[in-house]
Design a protein around this ligand. Structure first.
Ligand code: NDP
Length: 403
Protein backbone atom coordinates (compact mmCIF):
# COMPACT_ATOMS: atom_id res chain seq x y z
CA UNK A 1 0.00 0.00 0.00
CA UNK A 2 1.65 3.20 -1.09
CA UNK A 3 1.10 6.66 -2.51
CA UNK A 4 3.12 7.63 -5.59
CA UNK A 5 3.47 10.89 -7.51
CA UNK A 6 4.32 10.50 -11.21
CA UNK A 7 5.66 13.55 -13.11
CA UNK A 8 5.19 13.87 -16.90
CA UNK A 9 2.28 12.75 -19.07
CA UNK A 10 3.86 11.36 -22.24
CA UNK A 11 3.85 7.80 -23.60
CA UNK A 12 6.15 6.35 -20.92
CA UNK A 13 4.12 7.90 -18.12
CA UNK A 14 0.88 6.65 -19.64
CA UNK A 15 2.14 3.04 -19.64
CA UNK A 16 3.62 3.30 -16.14
CA UNK A 17 0.44 4.79 -14.65
CA UNK A 18 -1.76 2.14 -16.35
CA UNK A 19 0.47 -0.62 -15.00
CA UNK A 20 0.51 0.90 -11.51
CA UNK A 21 -3.29 0.98 -11.57
CA UNK A 22 -3.32 -2.69 -12.62
CA UNK A 23 -1.31 -3.38 -9.44
CA UNK A 24 -3.43 -1.49 -6.94
CA UNK A 25 -2.31 -3.78 -4.10
CA UNK A 26 1.17 -2.20 -4.49
CA UNK A 27 0.18 1.32 -5.65
CA UNK A 28 -2.95 2.15 -3.67
CA UNK A 29 -2.99 5.88 -4.43
CA UNK A 30 -1.69 7.26 -7.76
CA UNK A 31 -1.13 10.97 -8.42
CA UNK A 32 -0.09 12.34 -11.83
CA UNK A 33 1.26 15.84 -12.47
CA UNK A 34 2.64 17.40 -15.64
CA UNK A 35 3.04 20.67 -17.52
CA UNK A 36 -0.20 20.13 -19.46
CA UNK A 37 -3.00 18.96 -17.14
CA UNK A 38 -5.19 17.94 -20.09
CA UNK A 39 -2.71 15.16 -20.89
CA UNK A 40 -2.83 13.92 -17.26
CA UNK A 41 -6.64 13.90 -17.42
CA UNK A 42 -6.60 11.88 -20.66
CA UNK A 43 -4.37 9.26 -19.01
CA UNK A 44 -6.57 9.21 -15.89
CA UNK A 45 -9.66 8.71 -18.05
CA UNK A 46 -8.11 5.78 -19.93
CA UNK A 47 -6.91 4.23 -16.64
CA UNK A 48 -10.43 4.52 -15.18
CA UNK A 49 -11.94 2.87 -18.27
CA UNK A 50 -9.40 0.05 -18.41
CA UNK A 51 -8.88 -0.68 -14.70
CA UNK A 52 -11.60 1.12 -12.71
CA UNK A 53 -8.89 2.87 -10.65
CA UNK A 54 -8.79 6.62 -9.94
CA UNK A 55 -5.74 8.77 -10.70
CA UNK A 56 -5.59 12.30 -9.22
CA UNK A 57 -4.18 14.88 -11.67
CA UNK A 58 -2.36 18.23 -11.27
CA UNK A 59 -0.62 20.87 -13.38
CA UNK A 60 3.02 21.48 -12.51
CA UNK A 61 6.17 22.93 -14.03
CA UNK A 62 8.68 20.49 -12.58
CA UNK A 63 11.49 23.02 -13.01
CA UNK A 64 9.81 25.25 -10.39
CA UNK A 65 11.29 23.64 -7.28
CA UNK A 66 9.12 25.48 -4.66
CA UNK A 67 5.92 24.51 -6.53
CA UNK A 68 7.11 20.90 -6.72
CA UNK A 69 7.91 20.92 -2.99
CA UNK A 70 4.38 22.21 -2.22
CA UNK A 71 2.79 19.54 -4.39
CA UNK A 72 4.87 16.77 -2.79
CA UNK A 73 3.99 18.05 0.71
CA UNK A 74 0.29 18.12 -0.21
CA UNK A 75 0.24 14.56 -1.59
CA UNK A 76 2.81 13.02 0.83
CA UNK A 77 3.91 10.24 -1.54
CA UNK A 78 6.49 7.64 -0.57
CA UNK A 79 8.05 7.97 -4.03
CA UNK A 80 8.28 10.56 -6.85
CA UNK A 81 8.53 8.89 -10.27
CA UNK A 82 10.09 11.27 -12.79
CA UNK A 83 8.81 10.45 -16.30
CA UNK A 84 9.15 13.99 -17.65
CA UNK A 85 12.29 14.86 -19.63
CA UNK A 86 15.96 14.51 -18.62
CA UNK A 87 16.18 18.32 -18.22
CA UNK A 88 13.91 18.07 -15.17
CA UNK A 89 15.96 15.44 -13.29
CA UNK A 90 17.94 17.84 -11.09
CA UNK A 91 15.07 20.18 -10.11
CA UNK A 92 12.90 17.15 -9.24
CA UNK A 93 15.75 15.64 -7.18
CA UNK A 94 16.14 19.00 -5.39
CA UNK A 95 12.42 19.06 -4.63
CA UNK A 96 12.54 15.46 -3.34
CA UNK A 97 15.41 16.32 -1.00
CA UNK A 98 13.60 19.36 0.34
CA UNK A 99 10.30 17.54 0.82
CA UNK A 100 11.97 14.36 2.14
CA UNK A 101 10.84 11.78 -0.40
CA UNK A 102 12.60 9.14 -2.54
CA UNK A 103 13.08 9.47 -6.31
CA UNK A 104 13.14 7.33 -9.48
CA UNK A 105 13.74 8.17 -13.15
CA UNK A 106 14.37 6.50 -16.52
CA UNK A 107 16.93 8.80 -18.17
CA UNK A 108 19.96 10.66 -16.85
CA UNK A 109 20.27 14.43 -16.62
CA UNK A 110 21.05 16.39 -19.74
CA UNK A 111 21.57 20.17 -19.80
CA UNK A 112 19.30 21.91 -22.31
CA UNK A 113 22.07 23.86 -24.01
CA UNK A 114 24.49 20.96 -24.54
CA UNK A 115 23.65 17.59 -26.13
CA UNK A 116 25.54 15.67 -23.47
CA UNK A 117 24.17 13.18 -20.98
CA UNK A 118 26.26 11.90 -18.11
CA UNK A 119 25.63 10.51 -14.64
CA UNK A 120 28.09 12.91 -12.97
CA UNK A 121 25.46 15.52 -12.16
CA UNK A 122 23.14 13.01 -10.49
CA UNK A 123 25.92 10.97 -8.85
CA UNK A 124 26.97 14.25 -7.21
CA UNK A 125 23.68 14.06 -5.20
CA UNK A 126 24.69 10.79 -3.52
CA UNK A 127 25.80 12.27 -0.20
CA UNK A 128 22.75 14.54 0.05
CA UNK A 129 20.36 11.59 -0.46
CA UNK A 130 22.41 9.40 1.90
CA UNK A 131 22.43 12.03 4.65
CA UNK A 132 18.66 12.53 4.23
CA UNK A 133 18.09 8.76 4.45
CA UNK A 134 16.41 8.81 1.03
CA UNK A 135 16.89 6.66 -2.06
CA UNK A 136 17.24 7.84 -5.67
CA UNK A 137 17.14 5.10 -8.31
CA UNK A 138 18.45 6.17 -11.72
CA UNK A 139 17.52 4.76 -15.12
CA UNK A 140 14.65 2.33 -14.45
CA UNK A 141 13.51 2.07 -18.08
CA UNK A 142 14.52 -0.57 -20.63
CA UNK A 143 17.81 0.84 -21.84
CA UNK A 144 19.03 2.01 -19.40
CA UNK A 145 17.23 -0.16 -16.90
CA UNK A 146 16.42 -3.69 -18.00
CA UNK A 147 19.66 -3.96 -20.01
CA UNK A 148 21.63 -3.23 -16.80
CA UNK A 149 19.53 -5.76 -14.84
CA UNK A 150 19.94 -8.38 -17.63
CA UNK A 151 23.73 -7.94 -17.42
CA UNK A 152 23.76 -8.27 -13.64
CA UNK A 153 21.49 -11.34 -13.80
CA UNK A 154 23.98 -13.00 -16.18
CA UNK A 155 26.77 -12.07 -13.78
CA UNK A 156 24.86 -13.55 -10.86
CA UNK A 157 23.67 -16.76 -12.52
CA UNK A 158 25.83 -17.59 -15.54
CA UNK A 159 29.17 -15.78 -15.71
CA UNK A 160 31.83 -15.21 -13.05
CA UNK A 161 33.11 -12.23 -15.01
CA UNK A 162 32.03 -10.48 -18.21
CA UNK A 163 34.74 -9.77 -20.76
CA UNK A 164 32.59 -8.48 -23.65
CA UNK A 165 29.12 -7.00 -23.69
CA UNK A 166 26.97 -5.96 -26.65
CA UNK A 167 23.57 -4.39 -26.06
CA UNK A 168 21.33 -4.73 -29.12
CA UNK A 169 18.23 -2.57 -29.37
CA UNK A 170 15.96 -3.28 -32.34
CA UNK A 171 12.65 -1.60 -32.91
CA UNK A 172 11.16 -3.64 -35.76
CA UNK A 173 7.91 -1.68 -35.60
CA UNK A 174 6.49 0.13 -38.61
CA UNK A 175 4.38 3.21 -37.80
CA UNK A 176 3.50 3.99 -41.40
CA UNK A 177 5.00 7.53 -41.25
CA UNK A 178 7.86 8.71 -43.47
CA UNK A 179 9.76 9.97 -40.41
CA UNK A 180 8.86 9.89 -36.73
CA UNK A 181 10.60 9.01 -33.47
CA UNK A 182 9.21 6.52 -30.98
CA UNK A 183 9.94 8.59 -27.91
CA UNK A 184 10.41 12.31 -27.33
CA UNK A 185 11.82 13.52 -30.72
CA UNK A 186 14.10 16.16 -29.22
CA UNK A 187 15.77 13.73 -26.81
CA UNK A 188 15.85 10.96 -29.44
CA UNK A 189 17.51 13.09 -32.12
CA UNK A 190 20.04 14.56 -29.66
CA UNK A 191 20.95 10.97 -28.77
CA UNK A 192 21.36 9.57 -32.29
CA UNK A 193 23.24 12.56 -33.71
CA UNK A 194 25.84 12.52 -30.92
CA UNK A 195 29.21 10.82 -31.69
CA UNK A 196 29.27 7.07 -30.97
CA UNK A 197 31.31 5.97 -27.98
CA UNK A 198 32.12 2.53 -26.64
CA UNK A 199 34.20 1.19 -23.78
CA UNK A 200 37.37 -0.64 -24.74
CA UNK A 201 40.34 -1.63 -22.56
CA UNK A 202 39.61 0.91 -19.86
CA UNK A 203 38.83 3.90 -22.03
CA UNK A 204 36.14 5.46 -24.21
CA UNK A 205 36.63 5.11 -27.96
CA UNK A 206 34.81 7.74 -30.01
CA UNK A 207 33.66 7.33 -33.65
CA UNK A 208 31.51 9.67 -35.78
CA UNK A 209 27.74 9.31 -35.31
CA UNK A 210 26.17 6.44 -37.33
CA UNK A 211 29.49 5.57 -38.99
CA UNK A 212 29.73 1.91 -37.86
CA UNK A 213 27.00 -0.62 -38.52
CA UNK A 214 26.49 -4.37 -38.87
CA UNK A 215 23.65 -6.60 -40.06
CA UNK A 216 22.11 -8.69 -37.33
CA UNK A 217 19.26 -11.19 -37.49
CA UNK A 218 16.79 -10.26 -34.73
CA UNK A 219 14.31 -12.93 -33.62
CA UNK A 220 10.69 -11.95 -34.37
CA UNK A 221 11.91 -9.04 -36.55
CA UNK A 222 14.43 -10.25 -39.15
CA UNK A 223 17.72 -8.83 -40.45
CA UNK A 224 18.37 -5.17 -39.67
CA UNK A 225 21.30 -2.71 -39.73
CA UNK A 226 22.42 -2.07 -36.15
CA UNK A 227 24.40 1.17 -35.63
CA UNK A 228 27.06 1.70 -32.98
CA UNK A 229 25.90 4.46 -30.59
CA UNK A 230 26.67 5.87 -27.19
CA UNK A 231 24.05 5.06 -24.59
CA UNK A 232 23.92 6.02 -20.95
CA UNK A 233 24.03 2.53 -19.39
CA UNK A 234 27.52 2.04 -20.86
CA UNK A 235 28.78 4.56 -18.27
CA UNK A 236 27.24 2.77 -15.29
CA UNK A 237 28.09 -0.70 -16.61
CA UNK A 238 31.75 0.30 -17.07
CA UNK A 239 31.70 1.48 -13.45
CA UNK A 240 29.88 -1.47 -11.86
CA UNK A 241 31.30 -4.27 -14.06
CA UNK A 242 34.95 -3.15 -13.86
CA UNK A 243 36.34 -6.27 -15.56
CA UNK A 244 34.61 -5.38 -18.88
CA UNK A 245 37.18 -5.31 -21.69
CA UNK A 246 34.66 -4.05 -24.21
CA UNK A 247 31.08 -2.78 -23.97
CA UNK A 248 29.09 -1.52 -26.96
CA UNK A 249 25.55 -0.40 -27.67
CA UNK A 250 23.80 -0.97 -31.02
CA UNK A 251 20.48 0.40 -32.24
CA UNK A 252 18.70 -0.42 -35.50
CA UNK A 253 17.54 2.24 -37.92
CA UNK A 254 15.86 1.77 -41.29
CA UNK A 255 17.21 3.35 -44.47
CA UNK A 256 14.28 5.82 -44.58
CA UNK A 257 15.01 7.06 -41.05
CA UNK A 258 18.71 7.55 -41.87
CA UNK A 259 17.86 9.35 -45.13
CA UNK A 260 15.52 11.82 -43.40
CA UNK A 261 17.88 12.36 -40.48
CA UNK A 262 20.81 13.02 -42.83
CA UNK A 263 18.83 15.68 -44.74
CA UNK A 264 17.56 17.30 -41.53
CA UNK A 265 21.11 17.39 -40.17
CA UNK A 266 22.52 18.79 -43.42
CA UNK A 267 20.01 21.64 -43.47
CA UNK A 268 20.62 22.49 -39.81
CA UNK A 269 17.26 21.36 -38.42
CA UNK A 270 18.80 19.14 -35.72
CA UNK A 271 20.91 21.98 -34.27
CA UNK A 272 20.38 23.15 -30.67
CA UNK A 273 22.02 26.53 -31.36
CA UNK A 274 19.34 29.26 -31.19
CA UNK A 275 18.56 31.12 -34.46
CA UNK A 276 16.62 34.37 -34.96
CA UNK A 277 13.37 33.85 -36.88
CA UNK A 278 10.98 36.78 -37.44
CA UNK A 279 12.47 38.62 -34.50
CA UNK A 280 12.19 35.61 -32.16
CA UNK A 281 14.88 33.18 -31.00
CA UNK A 282 14.06 29.59 -31.82
CA UNK A 283 15.99 26.35 -31.45
CA UNK A 284 15.77 24.39 -34.71
CA UNK A 285 15.57 20.97 -33.03
CA UNK A 286 12.72 22.13 -30.74
CA UNK A 287 10.85 23.48 -33.76
CA UNK A 288 11.42 20.18 -35.59
CA UNK A 289 10.10 18.25 -32.55
CA UNK A 290 6.99 20.44 -32.62
CA UNK A 291 6.16 19.53 -36.23
CA UNK A 292 6.99 15.80 -36.05
CA UNK A 293 4.29 13.27 -35.13
CA UNK A 294 3.85 13.02 -31.35
CA UNK A 295 5.17 9.61 -30.21
CA UNK A 296 2.00 8.98 -28.19
CA UNK A 297 -0.07 9.23 -31.41
CA UNK A 298 1.87 6.40 -33.13
CA UNK A 299 0.44 3.58 -31.05
CA UNK A 300 -2.59 2.83 -33.12
CA UNK A 301 -0.70 2.43 -36.41
CA UNK A 302 2.52 0.77 -35.19
CA UNK A 303 2.82 -2.90 -36.10
CA UNK A 304 5.63 -5.36 -35.36
CA UNK A 305 7.97 -6.15 -32.48
CA UNK A 306 10.82 -4.71 -30.49
CA UNK A 307 13.70 -7.00 -29.59
CA UNK A 308 16.17 -5.67 -27.01
CA UNK A 309 18.84 -7.70 -25.29
CA UNK A 310 22.43 -8.24 -24.20
CA UNK A 311 25.07 -10.64 -25.50
CA UNK A 312 27.71 -11.25 -22.86
CA UNK A 313 30.89 -13.32 -23.06
CA UNK A 314 32.98 -14.28 -20.07
CA UNK A 315 34.20 -16.95 -17.70
CA UNK A 316 31.37 -19.38 -16.84
CA UNK A 317 30.34 -19.58 -13.18
CA UNK A 318 30.47 -23.40 -13.27
CA UNK A 319 34.15 -23.40 -14.29
CA UNK A 320 33.42 -24.75 -17.80
CA UNK A 321 35.52 -22.08 -19.58
CA UNK A 322 34.46 -19.11 -21.67
CA UNK A 323 30.75 -18.94 -22.52
CA UNK A 324 28.47 -16.52 -24.40
CA UNK A 325 24.85 -15.85 -23.42
CA UNK A 326 22.14 -13.86 -25.16
CA UNK A 327 19.35 -12.53 -22.92
CA UNK A 328 16.46 -10.57 -24.43
CA UNK A 329 12.84 -9.49 -24.46
CA UNK A 330 10.57 -9.36 -27.49
CA UNK A 331 7.61 -7.02 -27.20
CA UNK A 332 4.69 -6.65 -29.62
CA UNK A 333 3.58 -3.12 -30.53
CA UNK A 334 0.01 -4.32 -31.12
CA UNK A 335 -0.22 -6.14 -27.76
CA UNK A 336 1.23 -3.11 -25.92
CA UNK A 337 -1.32 -0.87 -27.60
CA UNK A 338 -4.21 -3.16 -26.81
CA UNK A 339 -3.27 -3.31 -23.13
CA UNK A 340 -2.38 0.34 -22.45
CA UNK A 341 -3.13 2.42 -25.58
CA UNK A 342 0.62 2.98 -26.20
CA UNK A 343 3.20 1.46 -28.55
CA UNK A 344 6.00 -0.87 -27.45
CA UNK A 345 8.77 1.74 -27.04
CA UNK A 346 6.71 3.50 -24.38
CA UNK A 347 5.61 0.10 -23.00
CA UNK A 348 9.14 -1.30 -22.67
CA UNK A 349 10.11 1.84 -20.70
CA UNK A 350 6.92 2.36 -18.65
CA UNK A 351 6.72 -1.23 -17.37
CA UNK A 352 10.28 -1.20 -15.90
CA UNK A 353 9.52 2.22 -14.37
CA UNK A 354 6.52 0.62 -12.62
CA UNK A 355 8.64 -2.38 -11.55
CA UNK A 356 11.46 -0.17 -10.21
CA UNK A 357 8.83 1.79 -8.30
CA UNK A 358 7.36 -1.46 -6.92
CA UNK A 359 10.87 -2.54 -5.80
CA UNK A 360 11.24 0.74 -3.91
CA UNK A 361 7.80 1.21 -2.34
CA UNK A 362 7.73 -2.43 -1.18
CA UNK A 363 11.26 -1.98 0.23
CA UNK A 364 12.58 -4.93 -1.78
CA UNK A 365 15.30 -2.61 -3.06
CA UNK A 366 16.52 -0.28 -0.34
CA UNK A 367 19.37 2.10 0.34
CA UNK A 368 20.22 5.68 1.25
CA UNK A 369 21.88 7.60 -1.56
CA UNK A 370 21.83 7.67 -5.37
CA UNK A 371 21.91 4.24 -7.02
CA UNK A 372 22.06 2.72 -10.48
CA UNK A 373 20.16 -0.43 -11.41
CA UNK A 374 23.42 -2.45 -11.46
CA UNK A 375 23.74 -2.06 -7.68
CA UNK A 376 20.47 -3.86 -6.92
CA UNK A 377 19.62 -7.60 -6.74
CA UNK A 378 18.39 -8.44 -10.27
CA UNK A 379 16.22 -11.45 -9.27
CA UNK A 380 13.02 -9.81 -7.92
CA UNK A 381 13.00 -7.31 -10.82
CA UNK A 382 13.48 -10.13 -13.37
CA UNK A 383 10.58 -12.04 -11.81
CA UNK A 384 8.30 -9.04 -12.16
CA UNK A 385 9.33 -8.55 -15.82
CA UNK A 386 7.97 -12.03 -16.52
CA UNK A 387 4.74 -11.34 -14.64
CA UNK A 388 3.98 -7.86 -15.99
CA UNK A 389 4.29 -8.05 -19.77
CA UNK A 390 8.02 -8.15 -20.55
CA UNK A 391 8.98 -11.86 -20.46
CA UNK A 392 12.63 -12.60 -21.18
CA UNK A 393 14.60 -15.56 -22.46
CA UNK A 394 18.23 -16.56 -22.16
CA UNK A 395 20.18 -18.87 -24.48
CA UNK A 396 23.78 -19.95 -24.86
CA UNK A 397 25.44 -18.97 -28.16
CA UNK A 398 28.24 -20.88 -29.88
CA UNK A 399 30.70 -18.04 -29.32
CA UNK A 400 31.12 -14.26 -29.00
CA UNK A 401 29.57 -11.89 -31.58
CA UNK A 402 31.53 -11.93 -34.84
CA UNK A 403 31.66 -8.16 -35.36
P1 NDP B 1 7.20 12.68 -23.88
O1 NDP B 1 7.83 13.85 -24.53
O2 NDP B 1 6.14 11.92 -24.58
O3 NDP B 1 6.65 13.10 -22.44
C1 NDP B 1 7.33 13.95 -21.59
C2 NDP B 1 6.33 14.56 -20.64
O4 NDP B 1 7.03 15.41 -19.74
C3 NDP B 1 5.30 15.43 -21.37
O5 NDP B 1 4.03 15.16 -20.85
C4 NDP B 1 5.76 16.85 -21.02
O6 NDP B 1 4.75 17.81 -20.92
C5 NDP B 1 6.32 16.63 -19.64
N1 NDP B 1 7.19 17.74 -19.27
C6 NDP B 1 8.16 18.32 -20.02
N2 NDP B 1 8.70 19.36 -19.37
C7 NDP B 1 8.05 19.44 -18.19
C8 NDP B 1 8.15 20.30 -17.07
N3 NDP B 1 9.05 21.30 -17.03
N4 NDP B 1 7.34 20.08 -16.02
C9 NDP B 1 6.43 19.09 -16.05
N5 NDP B 1 6.29 18.23 -17.06
C10 NDP B 1 7.10 18.40 -18.11
O7 NDP B 1 8.41 11.69 -23.51
P2 NDP B 1 8.36 10.10 -23.31
O8 NDP B 1 7.17 9.71 -22.52
O9 NDP B 1 8.62 9.46 -24.61
O10 NDP B 1 9.67 9.90 -22.41
C11 NDP B 1 9.66 10.21 -21.03
C12 NDP B 1 11.06 9.98 -20.45
O11 NDP B 1 11.45 8.63 -20.63
C13 NDP B 1 12.15 10.84 -21.10
O12 NDP B 1 13.02 11.28 -20.09
C14 NDP B 1 12.88 9.86 -21.99
O13 NDP B 1 14.22 10.23 -22.20
C15 NDP B 1 12.77 8.59 -21.15
N6 NDP B 1 12.93 7.35 -21.92
C16 NDP B 1 13.70 6.38 -21.37
C17 NDP B 1 13.88 5.19 -22.06
C18 NDP B 1 14.62 4.06 -21.42
O14 NDP B 1 14.55 2.94 -21.92
N7 NDP B 1 15.31 4.23 -20.30
C19 NDP B 1 13.30 4.95 -23.39
C20 NDP B 1 12.40 6.01 -23.81
C21 NDP B 1 12.27 7.17 -23.10
P3 NDP B 1 3.95 18.38 -22.20
O15 NDP B 1 2.97 17.30 -22.46
O16 NDP B 1 3.35 19.64 -21.74
O17 NDP B 1 4.98 18.53 -23.28
Amino acid sequence: MSTVLVIGAGGVSSVCVHKMAMNAEIFSSIHLASRTKRKCDAIAESVKERTGQDVATYEIDAEEVPAMVNLIRKIEPSLVVNLALPYQDLPIMDACLEAGVSYLDTANYEPKDEAKFEYKWQWAYHDKFREAGLMALLGSGFDPGVTSVFTMWLKKHKLKSIRQLDILDCNGGDHGQAFATNFNPEINIREVTAPARHWEKGEWVETPAMSVHHRFDFEAVGERNAYLMYHEELESLAKFVPELERARFWMTFGDEYIKHLTVLQNVGMTSIEPVKYQGKEIIPLQFLAAVLPKPETLGETTKGNTNIGCIATGEALDGSGEKTFYIKNICSHEAAYEETGNQAVSYTTGVPAMIGSAMMVQKIWTGAGVFNMEEMDPDPFMEMLNEHGLPWSVEELDGPVEF
